[in-house]
Unconditional design. Structure first.
Length: 107
């Protein structure tokens, strides 16, 4: 890996990564779209956080994960809306964020 922890795309993401590193809380806001977050937050933000993880694997309990380059113990909040009345429509989205929370060790 030639540039570990540095995104290959030349855009404003390095500035956003610095803000994420300094943040105590990450707030995600997305409408529910086909039982998941809509594409812009997923592809333009969540997947672009990869430079914040170390490429090595560590085992914590029964789970393997990539350690964070900047362990901080930050918190995460999810805000979402849906055009359907049942809360059960959010179960897929909640499962994804529970996995993100567990692997990235958010509180």
């Amino acid at each position: 890996m030639e540039t570990p922890g540095v995104c290959i795309f030349k855009d404003d993401m390095p500035e956003l990564l610095d803000k994420v590193i300094d943040a105590d809380i990450l707030v995600y806001a997305t409408p529910l779209y086909n039982y998941n977050m809509n594409l812009p937050p997923k592809s333009s933000f969540q997947e672009r956080l990869l430079p914040l993880i170390d490429p090595h694997l560590v085992k914590t309990g029964e789970t393997y994960r990539h350690p964070q380059r900047y362990e901080k113990g930050r918190k995460m909040v999810l805000i979402s809306t849906c055009g359907l009345p049942e809360v059960s429509h959010f179960e897929g989205l909640l499962q994804i964020f529970r996995q993100i929370e567990r692997v990235h060790r958010y509180h």
